[in-house]
Each structure stands twice: as C-alpha cells, then as structure tokens.
Design a binder for this molecule. Structure first.
Ligand code: AMP
Length: 180
C-alpha cells in the first residue's frame, strides 16, 4: 500500500486519509437539485449523443438549399423568443436550451449566405464584426462583462444544428477549458 501511495505521488498515507463523518453530520446534508441549465445537458460535442450528431449531419445536408430555419421565424416574430437586444442588423435572444445561467444567441437578421462561419466571405466582414460587438453589448446588458464566452459552432463536426450563423454568448458561471 505504501509503495502504491508513493507511486501516486503521495508523501504518506495521511494524504489519502478519509475524515470521519458522524451520522448526525451526514443527516444534515441536503440534496441540492441541479440548476435548470444543468438539467438538460446539450454539450458542444464531446458529450454529444449520437442522435445529436445525426441531427447535426441531417441539418448540414440541407444547409445550402436556402431553406428557412427556425431563426427566420424568430426574426419574423412568427414564433416567440425572449429578445435581449435588437438593432437594424442583428437580433439577440435567449437560447431555448441554456447551457449556462446566461445563454444568448446573436444572429444576423439577413443571412446572406452565412449558413455557417465556414461560408464567410470578405463581403461579410462588416456584419461579422458587428455580431461580435453585439455579443459584447449583450454581455454588458446581462452583467457578465467580467467573464463570458462566445462560441460559434460551424459545421456538423462542431455539432451545428441551425444553419443560420449565430454566436452563443455564455456566462454567469465558471467556464472550463478545453471545451467539449
Ligand atoms: P447550434 O447547435 O450551434 O447550431 O445552436 C443552435 C442553438 O439554437 C441551440 O443551442 C438551440 O438550443 C437553439 N435553439 C433552437 N431553437 C430555438 C428556439 N426556438 N429559440 C431559441 N433557441 C433555439
């Protein structure tokens, strides 16, 4: 055992000592239910289920047909969304399946061929810059300027599911690196 502890880098068996916990102390431990954003894990790929990957592939297959996406309906206000920021070029609304206390999607109102970032051309540079600026405005409005993450999933390998370019603005909790 001592040899095993040494090989694990522990100086002594004390490093692995498990403190005694009285049954009274254990009884006082309360179960804390997970927060809403943790209850529907939808990871950015490593933890993606095969059905998510299949859905991402299926979405990619029709990406360049020009077919409208769910985001067109959100832009047209045909389906409800919780808008947190809007200007003449972009719309920002809460993700329906939040992965953090703050999870907002920022999209260009005019798709203009930008089904995904992999389709970006020089002519898109202005809107791409504006989307990043809008992400900062959203972070400011949401009170997460001290730390937030901006994610763009581009293509099926990145598990993109909606083929209308969008930035995920995530924050309100400690982020980890590397992402999944
Ligand atoms: P991605 O997987 O990067 O393409 O991200 C698409 C995102 O759109 C996902 O995080 C979805 O939860 C989100 N989403 C899909 N439908 C809606 C909707 N109706 N309202 C808000 N967010 C949505």
């Amino acid at each position: 055992m001592a040899a095993l502890l040494r090989s694990c880098g522990a100086g002594s068996a004390k490093a692995f000592a498990i403190p005694r916990i009285s049954s009274r102390a254990l009884a006082s431990v309360k179960f804390v239910p997970p927060l809403r954003f943790q209850s529907r894990p939808r990871s950015f790929c490593v933890k993606a289920t095969s059905s998510e990957e299949e859905a991402a592939k299926a979405a990619a297959a029709v990406a360049d047909t020009g077919a409208p996406t769910i985001f067109d309906k959100i832009i047209a206000k045909e389906i409800p969304s919780t808008i947190v920021y809007e200007d003449e070029k972009v719309l920002a609304f809460r993700d329906i399946s939040p992965q953090a206390p703050v999870h907002v999607l920022v999209i260009p109102k005019l798709r203009d061929g930008l089904t995904h970032l992999g389709k970006a051309e020089e002519k898109h540079s202005e809107i791409l810059g504006w989307l990043l600026y809008a992400a900062k405005v959203v972070a400011e409005k949401e009170g997460i300027l001290d730390g937030f993450r901006v994610v763009i999933n581009s293509g099926p390998t990145a598990c993109q599911s909606v083929y209308h370019l969008h930035l995920h603005v995530l924050g309100g909790r400690q982020m980890k690196w590397p992402p999944g």
